[in-house]
Design a binder for this molecule. Sequence first.
Ligand code: PGA
Length: 255
Amino acid sequence: MRKKIVAGNWKMNLLDEEVINYVVDFNSKKGEIESEVEIIIFPASLYLDTMISMPDWDIKIGAQNCSQHKSGAFTGEISAEMLRDFDYDCENLHYCLVGHSERRAYFNETNTILAQKVDRLLECELKPIYCCGEELEQRKSESHFEVVKSQIIEGLFHLDEKQILNLVIAYEPVWAIGTGETATSKQAQEMHQFIRETLKEKYNEEVANSISILYGGSCKPSNAKELFSQPDIDGGLIGGASLEVDSFIQIINSI
Ligand code: PGA
């Protein structure tokens, strides 16, 4: 059985007080959660500590990014080892996003750099959520399968069978992120199935069937159920709709 996951990617949103209010609100509504699902929230790194320090907070948290370097003169960066160091205290930080399309587009993160980030995280026993997805032009020119395949091969296929089982993949078509335009459940399922086939070709069926693959891109309460009902979609990576407790809980309950 693959793990079902609904994760909230807050990006560069919410200040300290808003994080506190969110946690209080979320905790008061926890009873409404009906699904057996792993919930993860990715706040800005500066507020990981705020979140974890809140009473009764038992939801997993993750970082949105880490450096590909182990340590050294890399001003502004946070290492995987620092994240693990933090986790030693709270035991709730297990995940880190890698290769979100905004990181690829605005911070020039290539598949080669992302492969290094994956390595740093796995060395520190943290789980990468490796994001992939094509741009609109690539879909229009029907090269989307090829693009996603090379993101998977170049970012992940240096890993051995045991290592790859410690990560999650998120398929996020760039044209659907923050645009209100969602991939249809058919388009999403088709790509998730393709990713699983790609994993099967390199590893084996058992590995391919064990890795959770999340969908992201304008996922909201109105479309989550349909997306999550697809056989190869194991949950979602939610941006905008995770910033509101009520809509996030509705999405969680759609699984
Ligand atoms: P969105 O973002 O749900 O706001 O489209 C998803 C993401 O970027 O992870």
